[in-house]
Design a protein around this ligand. Structure first.
Ligand SMILES: Cc1ncc(COP(=O)(O)O)c(C=O)c1O
Length: 419
């Protein structure tokens, strides 16, 4: 459920007309609904309350400081993957005891910074990384907690670029390697293996892959327990899918009902790392129609947002519902097939192809829905375009939570040197 709804044919975010925001802050513009993402966080928390999980929101999904702060204020931890995300997490006052750190390629500096700040643990993705953390922790004379990320070899039935738990993916270690590492756990004196971690992919809309992966890892925990190897945490990752188009993903309650019995069996503290589930449908990208261009074969709606603002259609062929901010009767009864494209010099710069839409005119505004996750956080300055502003709505209140980049900010780190 989200809080972007038509009231008398006008699109609102909570109690605010989206068009008023587009006029006030200009476009392209990201608009987020506070009540939507907080509600999603609480839904998950409540569904799993029997095991009192630590929900570490996945910063990569949307890393705006205000969104992180709002979730941290509600008790969330954070799942990070870089020094930059650690910097953000600490900036919003996330207790370091609620930060978990994944990524297959953590650098020495990043590892050192994370050890210094006392994060809960690293999710370790390979033996060389584990040895490196041990070396750095040894140099710092600080024993450091880690969880081993297991690749459970599961087909999550999602887009191939966002599967992470198959044999061909670069993430985690297989069960055999994990068992060997745990058997030799004592040989690394500066790392303590406190947990196991899985994350099999993103936008997973069916429950079977989650259940299969969790079962596999819980069985494995049973085996290592018998050997006398004790761990404290099981981190089941993120990956819960949302409705972009006509998907029928599981709700938080359905998910909990299926996996809670298995989780309770293992008796460990549970960590979850949702990103998209929390913020995905809580954000839209508002764009303005610049031109309507007819060619012999097609009608192009050219808007002022581009693939640099929202790359998901170009990268994953992702479907986003696109809604007019004013859904008038005239528009509804004059439907036509169009391509909605941006101004960037790439044919991949599109938001929809061959989409049957209500009639669109120049200067209309459109909302590209479900853009809260992997929207702004994957944006770039390609074509020297300034990244958009971000606005958060809570009830009737509107907060500018990121200003549109200026031209001077675009150039801020560049130098013209004397040759
Ligand atoms: C390790 C890890 N945890 C959590 C997530 C969040 O995934 P999602 O946004 O699908 O919940 C990701 C995203 O790819 C990830 O790589």
């Amino acid at each position: 459920m989200h809080e972007f709804k038509y009231k008398r044919d006008i699109l609102f975010c909570e109690e605010v007309k989206v068009q008023d925001l587009a006029i006030k802050f200009a476009t392209p513009l990201y608009v987020y609904s506070w009540n939507t993402f907080i509600n999603h966080y609480l839904k998950l928390k409540n569904a799993f309350q029997e095991v009192r999980p630590l929900i570490c929101y996945s910063v990569k999904a949307n890393s705006n400081l205000m969104i992180l702060k709002a979730l941290v204020d509600k008790g969330a931890g954070l799942d990070i993957v870089s020094g930059g995300e650690l910097f953000r997490a600490l900036r919003v006052g996330c207790p370091s005891s609620k930060i978990v750190y994944a990524s297959v390629g953590k650098t020495d500096n990043e590892i050192e910074e994370a050890i210094k700040s006392g994060i809960l643990f690293f999710n370790v993705e390979s033996l060389p990384e584990l040895q490196n953390i041990n070396r750095i922790a040894g140099r710092m004379r600080k024993v450091t907690n880690v969880a081993l990320r297991i690749n459970p070899v599961i087909e999550p039935k999602t887009h191939k670029f966002i599967t992470t738990g198959k044999l061909t993916n670069k993430f985690g270690v297989d069960f055999k390697t994990a068992a060997d590492i745990l058997d030799n756990g004592g040989s690394l004196s500066y790392v303590k293996i406190k947990g196991l971690h899985i994350h099999i992919g993103s936008q997973i809309t069916i429950r079977e892959p989650f259940v299969a992966a969790i079962k596999k890892v819980v069985d494995f925990i049973g085996v290592i327990k018998k050997k006398g190897i004790g761990i404290e945490y099981l981190n089941i990752g993120g990956g819960l899918g949302i409705i972009y188009h006509n998907e029928t993903p599981q709700t938080a309650d359905e998910f909990a009902k299926k996996v809670l019995p298995i989780l309770k069996r293992c008796g460990l503290k549970i960590i979850m790392e949702p990103g998209r589930f929390i913020i995905g449908s809580a954000g839209i990208l508002v764009v303005k129609v610049l031109y309507v261009k007819k060619t012999r074969d097609k009608k192009f709606i050219i808007v002022d947002g581009g693939m640099n603002d929202l790359i998901r259609p170009a990268l994953y062929d992702a479907h986003h519902e696109i809604l007019p901010l004013e859904n008038t009767g005239y528009a509804r009864s004059n439907r036509e097939k169009v391509d909605i494209v941006g101004p960037i010099c790439e044919s991949a710069d599109f938001f929809a192809k061959g989409r049957v839409m209500a009639k669109i005119k120049e200067r209309d505004y459109l909302a590209i829905t479900c853009s809260g996750a992997y929207g702004f956080s994957m944006s770039s300055n390609y074509n020297s375009r300034r990244r958009p502003a971000e606005v958060m709505v809570r009830g009737r209140e509107v907060y500018l939570i990121r200003e549109r980049e200026s031209y001077s900010q675009l150039l801020r780190n560049e130098k013209i040197v004397k040759l």
